[in-house]
Design a binder for this molecule. Structure first.
Ligand SMILES: [Zn+2]
Length: 238
């Protein structure tokens, strides 16, 4: 991976909900952070619908999920966490969302962007992907091209002093077409620790841990790795 002039690779992780980054990429994120990469999260919704408790309000849940996301990110060595505050469950890949993500790409100038694969509609016979995940992936890819790197797109961002920025690499998580695998042998423990910070979302810790370990082992198998996270990968610039 190329380095920025100051020697540090910058990574921006764009996800729909608090906990998506941990489920999809926490082992990789922890590994990168340990290697000295500067990782920032941009979480598009507040995750404020993820409860069936009749006593819970959307406002209260948003606060809880922000705190859980910050705690999880801290475990992994993530530097900053920003929230765009969209409503959980109704995220759309609008021009407004694309502009907002472009703004954050130009602000944080990442070499690498991690986002959900927008083409994943389902996997196998048991999993239908959440529409927020697809919307987050689509808006993020559109924010990279033709958003962040093109001067005449979003001239209002130029007025804010945000010049075009070229993202070099993209890692799409949760993809059915993974073509890059990251060995997370040293960081799967941290991944599980980080996931456990999402207390409002996780019922059975042991079941969660078992599922994560099984999935990571399954993902690594084809590559001869003990445990891995898989991504659909793009290298756009050297
Ligand atoms: Zn999610």
């Amino acid at each position: 991976m190329q380095q920025t002039p100051n020697g540090q690779v910058r990574v921006l992780v764009v996800m729909a909900h608090p906990d998506d980054a941990e489920f999809g990429a926490a082992g990789t994120i922890a590994r990168w952070a340990a290697e000295g990469r500067q990782v920032t999260y941009l979480i598009l919704t507040d995750g404020n619908r993820g409860s069936s408790d009749p006593a819970m309000t959307a406002e209260r849940l948003a606060q809880i999920r922000h705190a859980e996301q910050r705690a999880a990110a801290m475990k992994l060595g993530v530097k900053d966490v920003f929230f765009l505050g969209y409503d959980d469950g109704s995220l759309q890949p609008t021009l407004d969302l694309r502009r907002q993500i472009t703004r954050w790409i130009r602000r944080t100038k990442p070499d690498v962007v991690v986002a959900p694969d927008p083409t994943r509609r389902w996997t196998g016979q048991r999993y239908i992907n959440h529409p927020d995940h697809r919307a987050a992936g689509e808006a993020t890819l559109d924010a990279i091209i033709p958003g962040s790197d093109t001067r005449l797109v979003f001239p209002e961002l130029i007025e804010e002093g945000l010049d075009p920025h070229e993202v070099k690499e993209i890692y799409l998580s949760g993809s059915n077409e993974a073509d890059v695998w990251v060995d997370i042998s040293d960081t799967i423990g941290l991944k599980i620790e980080a996931l456990k910070e999402h207390k409002s979302q996780v019922g059975d810790w042991e079941e969660l841990e078992q599922t994560i370990r099984e999935r990571a082992a399954e993902m690594g198998k084809s590559q001869g790795l003990p445990v891995a996270e898989g991504f659909k990968y793009f290298r756009l610039h050297e």
